[in-house]
Design a protein around this ligand. Sequence first.
Ligand SMILES: NC(=O)c1ccc[n+]([C@@H]2O[C@H](COP(=O)([O-])OP(=O)(O)OC[C@H]3O[C@@H](n4cnc5c(N)ncnc54)[C@H](OP(=O)(O)O)[C@@H]3O)[C@@H](O)[C@H]2O)c1
Length: 310
Amino acid sequence: MKVTIVSRSGREVVKGGIVINDSALVSDLQKEIHARVKKYYPSRQRLTLPLATGSRERPSVLNPKKCIKEYAEGNAEDLTVVFKDLGPQVSYSTLFFWEYLGPLIIYPIFYYFPVYKFFGYEDERSIRPVQTYAVYYWCFHYFKRIMETFFVHRFSHATSPLSNVFRNCCYYWSFGSYIAYYVNHPLYTPVCDLQVKIGFGFGLLCQVSNLYCHILLRRLRSPDSSGGYQIPSGFLFNIVTCANYTTEIYQWLGFNIATQTVAGYSFLVVAALIMTNWALAKHRRLKKLFDGKEGRPKYPRRWVILPPFI
Ligand SMILES: NC(=O)c1ccc[n+]([C@@H]2O[C@H](COP(=O)([O-])OP(=O)(O)OC[C@H]3O[C@@H](n4cnc5c(N)ncnc54)[C@H](OP(=O)(O)O)[C@@H]3O)[C@@H](O)[C@H]2O)c1
């Protein structure tokens, strides 16, 4: 069959189209496009079916695992697909690695090096025990997240736009610097010992629980990341959909109880808002996927992220 590939403005992306085997998959077509236009590697391509002029519907995206022939109406020998360039892409592990590496390096710089001299504090800095525990706690957290990225998570999305690396790095690196500056500050006033112990103790418990939640999520997919979305269960997932976000938020709460800075609490609020937004979308998606109809299981009643509120 012959496939004509056009841009959204109707311009032909591959001159003369591509003649492809009837049994070829959409992914084979993507490879053919890449062979002809080198910069468009498969994960950079979004292929959709054309919409009728003036239609306000969302175009349906071609599934790379499906046979291209399935999209040709009435088994026609010609098919037109609309091509969108998604821009340069990076793998999810690359994205996560760079966003976590920043805070892992920046925070200890404020603790170990005499950076406050550049901010006008010339005197020798006396380091409080809470500042030492905080640097270990912080580094453990980001080191854990990098390890989870490479050895625990089984991502379903192949790639993310390169622009997300810059956006996410801005978020993590700037908040990391902001918090590091205030927690390690020469004029920092610690809270009482008991509060420090409660904060870090609770926070560590939540970090370990967060790791366990990620291991439970990993078990929902096979090693090649197939298996789609499943109903998470076990441990805190029996009561809350995004238990990994719940424990993430609580571990930052623990850090803030122990260190108590405006910078740290600001990060907690922003992170909680972001994760709540994502958790609502994930909860909706799971309820839609597992609607209890046509033999599909019904998604159980659960909190979304922060019981007993949401
Ligand atoms: N501090 C912050 O601002 C902040 C913000 C976000 C996240 N985080 C931390 O980073 C961690 C990872 O974040 P994330 O947003 O990638 O978490 P996530 O979407 O919940 O998922 C973690 C992994 O589990 C998979 N997964 C999730 N639900 C699944 C299901 N129902 N069935 C099968 N697989 C499922 C995901 O697959 P997919 O690839 O398909 O999604 C992903 O590979 C969080 O748990 C949290 O600890 C921190």
